[in-house]
Write a protein that binds this ligand. Sequence first.
Ligand SMILES: CC(C)(COP(=O)(O)OP(=O)(O)OC[C@H]1O[C@@H](n2cnc3c(N)ncnc32)[C@H](O)[C@@H]1OP(=O)(O)O)[C@@H](O)C(=O)NCCC(=O)NCCS
Length: 202
Amino acid sequence: MPDSHDTDTTQRKRRNALAALKAARGKYIFGSKVRLRRKKLTDVRNDYTWQSDPELARLDAAPVLKLSFAVYLLDYIEAIHRRERNRFPLAIETLKGEHIGNCTCYAIDDRKSEAQVGIMIGDRDYWDKGYGADTINTLVDHIFSSTLLNRVYLKTLDWNLRAQKCFRNCGFVRYSAANRNGYNFLFMELSRERWQKKHKKT
Ligand SMILES: CC(C)(COP(=O)(O)OP(=O)(O)OC[C@H]1O[C@@H](n2cnc3c(N)ncnc32)[C@H](O)[C@@H]1OP(=O)(O)O)[C@@H](O)C(=O)NCCC(=O)NCCS
């Protein structure tokens, strides 16, 4: 049985959500189809390819990357070593270790008790096969089980129906819509309470 000192330390840690997310035991956070791991330098080739892809950029309302690989690599090295204050970026791998995309928990706000998540499966061979839903479920489970955050939210373009269906399947519900920089976004959220209810059912 844990003593009260252990319990206090655990609670203190969990109050700093980013530290709690990083404290995951082991190299991987496992789902049933994917495993999530910290980003590494060897991801650079795939990330460059995906960020330079016009269709992926359009689906994410992001600019198409125009940098040369050499310049991108320099920025990448700096970013990999940067001490992130409120972001937790992860690579998505298949269980066999193939890097197929990325997901991030960001805008982590302990005061508001919430964080935003984002996902991109860059390898089209893995679209529509449940890898996105498994990634989101795995990330959300990690967030709610290791931190004290009460709400996870995300945004997606209003015409990206695949993304919306994937997020709905993970328990997210729409709570607002807004135009940002000329793009129509839909905002979806999952509360800790709803996440707990979903887990009780399964
Ligand atoms: C969006 C994304 C994360 C979803 O991951 P995924 O693995 O492809 O999605 P899943 O297989 O888990 O779920 C997709 C669901 O959408 C459904 N779907 C696919 N196309 C659809 C469409 N045009 N309209 C409605 N539903 C659609 C699928 O049938 C599936 O639902 P089901 O499991 O109930 O049958 C992934 O496709 C991706 O990263 N795409 C490229 C980038 C992108 O869209 N980024 C924006 C993220 S906000």
